[in-house]
Design a protein around this ligand. Structure first.
Ligand code: ADP
Ligand code: GLC
Length: 490
């Protein structure tokens, strides 16, 4: 292969991810894996996305070609515009109803190491087999952590010498830790498995650490989270020293898909609106209340929550003061699934407050649009948040976020009391129920100050959360990665 000259030819990017919307999704990574490649393609990149073909993906609906491109890869139809999606077919590993977790037992699949070793191996196979050599292999989270290692081990091959890897940290809390035997299964990884070595972490084999150590470049999804994971052992889950040793980690803020999340043209809404027609939002609030069985009351705010029910999201702050929140003039709507304990806790609480609290356990994309549009406030008191998408979606729908100022939440929400002119929501610092309550009270109070409320809504709706800017920053990062020396680990 000739040496890439990204100034003159399109950058070829292989984007490897364990989930991609609308095919598969457990959280924000899936949104990003769809929207960022599309934005990169719009910047002129030649992007291919590689992800597993899970059992629940409807091949027919998506026109996924069962004609194999090479061995085990299939892709969306040849007519599909850039970027192209390729799927790794491997039925014993991926033809299952869950992405990471077995829905029947609520536990991680016990062979997740095999499954994602297979994805990483497949990425290498793809590069060799597709007769399309990428300039950059863009890896995302622990499931793809071995790709940079395999690439490092393949540098002896002339055809792969110029390929560089970027590893994006979407959530450092998920580390892909497995017993030492996984290092043997992972082939070349085993030689780096020794105490404090590049794939060993507290006696375990860590897919994430492999990615952090071997990638030619690293970044994460917001500037504040970048600083937090480099300085806090708690937020980095013990990997801060590894990150510091690699030098400064950049944070490129995620965007949202502004075509899918557009209050002025959202097919899931009974009434569409923009910042000039906010009265129509009231129709969506009415529909939301009717749909979830809450009495509609124009004069009190509905607070929405859409979330994985996981420790990260701060439910431990909400649980002890739930009664206090519901004693305010406010109603709460929660859509989420995950931790069975939290599912039970909120379902039972809803029985005690039928007029104030409505809970829907499950995953429901359509209903999530109605919550974004119909709610007045959106609560996201995360313990940590690499970026967070729901606060941005909320702002676009004039639904004011109440957030803990951490990670991407700190970078995207301006507190309306500290920033009277430019405020877009409400935020608090201390990770305590009291600090959260104080912010919730301020938000609920502001709801009654009509002209001020409208002003904050308009500020929020005027924010630009599209991918345009961030996609350009990824292109710059790819270019910098290509022009620097590859990472070498002895
Ligand atoms: P995370 O990736 O940590 O879960 P993000 O805010 O980045 O957090 O992304 C979460 C994504 O998943 C958003 O698109 C959100 O709307 C969606 N989501 C989470 N839970 C649900 C649910 N129960 N139903 C529908 N969408 C959900
Ligand atoms: C992770 C993070 C979330 C981020 C998403 C996409 O799931 O928890 O904050 O928005 O990845 O980068």
């Amino acid at each position: 292969m000739t040496k890439p000259n990204p100034e003159h030819e399109p950058l070829r990017v292989l984007f490897v991810t364990s989930e991609v919307a609308p095919f598969s999704k457990t959280g924000g990574l899936a949104d990003i894996s769809a929207a960022l490649p599309a934005a990169l393609a719009a910047e002129g990149c030649d992007v291919r996305v590689l992800s597993p073909l899970y059992g629940f993906i409807d091949k027919q609906r998506f026109g996924i070609d069962s004609r194999p491109i090479a061995a085990a890869f299939s892709r969306t139809g040849p007519e599909s515009p850039q970027p192209q999606f390729y799927f790794l077919e491997c039925d014993p590993l991926f033809d299952r109803p869950g992405v990471y977790v077995d829905p029947f037992t609520n536990r991680d699949y016990i062979d997740n190491d095999y499954r994602f070793i297979a994805l990483c191996r497949a990425a290498m196979e793809f590069i060799r087999a597709a007769r399309w050599t990428p300039h950059i292999v863009h890896c995302n989270d622990w499931q793809t952590g071995l790709v940079p290692l395999y690439l490092h081990e393949s540098r002896a091959r002339k055809s792969l010498r110029s390929v560089r890897s970027l590893f994006t940290i979407h959530n450092i809390a998920y580390q892909g830790m497995f017993g030492a035997d996984a290092a043997m299964r992972a082939g070349e990884a085993h030689k780096y498995f020794y105490p404090a070595g590049p794939v060993e972490f507290y006696g375990y084999m860590s897919f994430l650490k492999a990615g952090l150590e071997f990638a030619d470049s690293l970044n994460t999804v917001s500037p504040t989270y970048a600083r937090e994971i480099e300085t806090s052992g708690e937020i980095s889950h013990g990997l801060d020293a590894v990150l510091r040793a690699r030098g400064e980690i950049g944070g490129i803020l995620n965007g949202i898909d502004t075509r899918l999340w557009n209050p002025a043209a959202d097919d899931f809404l009974p009434a569409t609106f923009d910042s000039g027609s906010l009265d129509a939002k009231e129709t969506d609030k009415q529909a939301l209340c009717a749909r979830i069985g809450l009495p509609y009351d124009r004069s009190i705010p509905v607070i929405g929550i859409i979330s994985r029910l996981a420790a990260q999201k701060g439910f431990e702050l909400i649980a002890p003061v739930l009664g206090e929140i519901l004693a305010l003039p406010a109603q709460l709507v929660l859509l989420g699934s995950g931790d069975p304990y939290l599912e039970r806790l909120f379902t039972e609480a809803a029985r005690s407050y039928p007029d104030r609290l409505a809970v829907r356990i499950g995953y429901d994309d359509e209903f999530s649009h109605l919550i974004e549009a119909g709610a007045d406030l959106f609560l996201m008191p995360s313990r940590f948040e690499p970026c967070g998408l729901n606060q941005m979606m909320s702002m676009r729908y004039g639904t004011l976020p109440v957030v803990r100022a951490t990670g991407g939440l700190a970078d995207t929400v301006a507190d309306a009391d500290s920033n009277p002119v430019t405020g877009t929501g409400f935020s608090f610092d201390d990770y305590t129920p009291e600090a959260m309550m104080e912010a919730v009270r301020r938000a609920v109070g502001a709801f009654t100050e009509r002209p001020r409320w409208r002003k904050i809504q308009k500020n929020a709706m005027a924010q630009d959360f599209s991918w345009n800017r961030s996609a350009k920053r990824y292109v710059d990062l790819y270019r910098r990665t290509l022009s620097s020396n590859p990472r070498v680990i002895a």
